[in-house]
Design a protein around this ligand. Structure first.
Ligand SMILES: [Cu+2]
Length: 739
């Protein structure tokens, strides 16, 4: 097993000295903003956070809203808020203002707490500005201020005004969302986030997500005495981004490829048309690039935050056990988490995984100090942490592109798999989706300048001090989760269908071709032409498609296959499969024919993972989101040298799933690297009540509108804006923070 690197760059060594300054890194400014509409027609709201953020001794926590008597009735006000964040990409790091789309003015939004059987009733008031006119449309990202809300992981109806990701909630509208949570729903750590196709990345960059916690009754993990006695600490990891003037900006209108391509060092400087979708953060809106490729202006800003704060401090007592609910709410960062000691020669702390994607595991996954826990975007891990000797510990995410750290997407370890199932370098910064900590893709740590924000990134600092408080970790076995078929049934039942799905990337630009080109690519480029992309061609495709749809060979090397029957990119009017039936069990294998992990997320129904890269898991795992490992880069640990994807074995996950009848309707499965989803790495999934019967899917659900009007009329007093919170003046010094 690999030990985590000790951090040695300036970004972390300043932490213990200035924890107070950094702990308030994302805060509300002293003076409240006017709640009047701005020039764009939107309504600004106060930047904000819970009072805990102003208390240097407390770990930041989002505001908690709990259900009462079976209902959680709340308003989520979407608005542009001004907050402050630590710009970690500046040299040295400095406090900067950010104006970002938020729920309730805070990053993240409030935590919603419900119980099985509750009704979740949310008024989503969209006070974001009007969508800019004249945007490229069709399937190119547009209408960034239109919203949708997804309850990630809940097994609930996807129809009507429930967890319906096909609804569009336009600026200036009030939208009711009512989700009935079944009585037998599994308890655990869920979350909510925006889900308007094409705009989710933009909204994630501002922090529009929050915890959705389903509390457990007797017989669940929550009532295991050692768990109940432990302090419950939710930690949402987000990467908040803005351009160097503090604006969260949307996609490049002329882009013809994904990510922040081309590289800033490309000579001659690229034309706007050659830039990537998100080069708004890397080139246009970020650093100015001189002809020799050097940066001549300040780079774009970003901050790795935990509950909205860069590297907050959490206190534990020696021997104390806490329950941490970890949530990877980043756009697309593959986290590789370790808890290391901040002193040379001292051992870090282990992570004991008791639930994954909300579902309690049968037997604790125990990771030794330094053994990384991989969390793909969208995943949650509930871990029990037992504090050791007094001292300072750092919760860090390791470099995913180093070629040094090898980790499995599963936390399973035993004598046969001491480092996990098929541990490999987890490449996530594959296409420079966004500017990242140093080193960039293919670079080495020696490329990083002193003071430059670099891996490993510290997400939280743990101070273990005070009187000892000896507590126990929970013993195995852990309680069986409610509401899911038994694992034995899942594994032994003959599947009603066996399906093969694949994540693919087609590259038709010099950096990619021919290394990222598949037999299907020529045909797809012809199909998804300039019209599809709103009038300008797009030369990188991110696909999710039916791998059994093999097309027809033509003999033409440039367009070798035609007649694919199904879509490769998202089309909301077309389900991928016509025969998914409520009550059925199915087996799927999802392949990855690209050089980076892609986190697979199926809405509504959890899946039981049985194999990773064809290797059978000794203990199958329930997930709603899991990294599908990248294709194996033979003899190239970092997958840094161009290789032809057609010559390499694809990565894969295999799972069984059961379609709960409550989920009849239509929803989606997609890559949870959000900027991939936004350009099409997603497919519609329909669950039919019976073979041949309609799913009831209505994309534009006008039938729900009279219900909403009635309910709104009965609640004339709901609040448009969040109640102003007391502002407390705080003092900080950017200079001190940088010392
Ligand atoms: Cu992806």
């Amino acid at each position: 097993m690999l030990k985590a690197q000790k951090n040695s760059t300036r970004s972390w060594t300043l932490m213990p000295l200035t924890s107070l300054c950094l702990a308030i890194a994302l805060i509300m400014p002293g003076s409240p903003l006017a709640a009047d509409g701005d020039g764009g027609g939107g309504r600004k709201c106060r930047g904000g956070s819970t009072d805990a953020r102003f208390d240097g001794a407390a770990f930041p926590q989002p505001e908690v809203r709990q259900s009462h008597r079976g209902v959680l009735r709340t308003t989520l006000h979407a608005c542009i808020a001004t907050n402050e964040m630590l710009d970690q990409n500046a040299q040295p790091p400095e406090i900067a203002e950010i104006h970002s789309p938020t729920f309730e003015g805070t990053i993240p939004g409030p935590t919603l707490e419900v119980e099985p059987g509750d009704k979740l009733s949310i008024l989503l008031v969209n006070d974001l500005p009007a969508n800019p006119p004249g945007e490229r449309d069709n399937f190119y990202p547009h209408d960034e201020n239109t919203l949708n809300l997804h309850t990630h992981g809940l097994t609930v109806s996807p129809l009507g005004i429930s967890d319906n990701i096909f609804r569009e909630m336009k600026p200036g509208t009030t939208n009711l969302i009512e989700v009935d949570i079944p009585n037998d729903h599994p308890s655990g750590t869920y979350w909510f986030h925006t889900h308007k196709h094409g705009s989710v990345t933009y909204q994630f960059l501002g922090g529009m997500a929050g915890f959705l916690i389903v509390k457990g009754a007797a017989g669940t993990l929550d009532t295991v005495p050692e768990v109940a006695a432990a302090k419950d600490v939710p930690m949402a990891f987000q990467v908040i981004r803005s351009t160097n003037d503090g604006q969260v900006v949307f996609v490049h209108e002329q882009a013809q490829q994904f990510g922040t391509f081309p590289f800033p060092t490309d000579i001659p400087p690229p034309t706007p048309e050659q830039q990537g979708l998100w080069s708004t953060y890397g080139l246009d809106g970020g650093p100015t690039v001189a002809p020799d490729g050097s940066f001549t202006g300040p780079p774009s800003r970003f901050s790795y935050t935990t509950n909205g704060v860069a590297n907050p401090t959490l206190h534990m007592r020696p021997g104390e056990v806490q329950r941490w609910r970890l949530l990877n709410a980043t756009d697309g960062d593959n986290l590789q988490l370790v808890l290391v000691a901040n002193e040379e020669g001292k051992e870090g702390l282990g992570l004991n995984v008791v639930a994954m994607d909300a579902i309690t595991v049968p037997k604790t996954y125990r990771l030794e100090p330094g053994d990384p826990l991989v969390m793909g975007p969208g995943q949650r891990m509930d871990v029990m942490v037992k504090a050791g000797k007094p001292g300072t510990y750092l919760l860090q995410t390791l470099d995913t592109n180093s070629g040094v750290v090898q980790a499995s997407v599963s936390p399973y370890r035993d004598k046969q798999f001491p480092n996990g199932i098929d541990p490999r370098t987890r490449v996530s910064r594959h296409s420079n989706d966004f500017p990242v900590p140093c080193p960039s893709l293919g670079g080495s740590p020696s490329d990083c300048k002193p003071g430059q924000f670099a891996y490993p990134v510290t997400l939280a600092t743990i101070e273990v001090s005070g009187e000892a408080k000896e507590m126990d970790l929970p013993a195995d076995p852990l309680p069986t989760p409610k509401g899911l078929p038994p694992i034995a049934t899942m594994v032994n039942r003959t599947p009603a269908a066996v399906r093969n799905v694949v994540f693919e990337i087609c590259g038709d630009v010099p950096q990619f071709k021919p290394f990222v080109s598949l037999p299907s690519c020529g045909w797809y480029f012809a199909k998804y032409d300039a019209t599809y992309w709103g009038g300008t061609p797009f030369y990188n495709l991110q696909m999710m498609r039916d791998a059994d749809d093999v097309g027809q060979p033509t003999g033409d090397p440039d367009m070798p296959r035609i007649n694919f029957k199904k879509e490769g990119l998202f089309d909301p009017t077309q389900p991928l499969f016509p025969d998914m039936i409520a009550g059925n069990y199915e087996e799927w294998t999802v392949y990855n024919r690209s050089f980076s992990d892609h986190p697979f997320h199926l809405h509504q129904n959890h899946v039981l993972i049985t194999k990773i890269n064809g290797i059978t898991l000794p203990q199958p795992e329930w997930h709603d989101t899991l990294n599908v490992p990248a294709a194996v880069c033979v003899n190239d640990l970092g997958c840094t040298n161009p290789q032809n994807i057609n010559n390499l074995p694809p990565g894969s996950i295999t799972f069984r799933t059961y379609f709960n009848p409550v989920t009849v309707g239509c929803f989606v499965a997609h890559c949870h690297t959000i900027n991939h989803e936004d350009i099409g790495m997603m497919q519609r999934m329909d669950i039919l009540p019976a073979r041949g019967a309609p799913s009831g899917c209505k994309l534009d659900d006008t039938a729900a509108l009279p219900i909403i009007d009635r309910l709104l009329a009965s609640r004339s007093n709901f609040q448009i804006c969040s109640a102003p919170r007391q502002s407390r003046s705080i003092s900080y010094s950017p200079t001190a923070a940088a010392n």
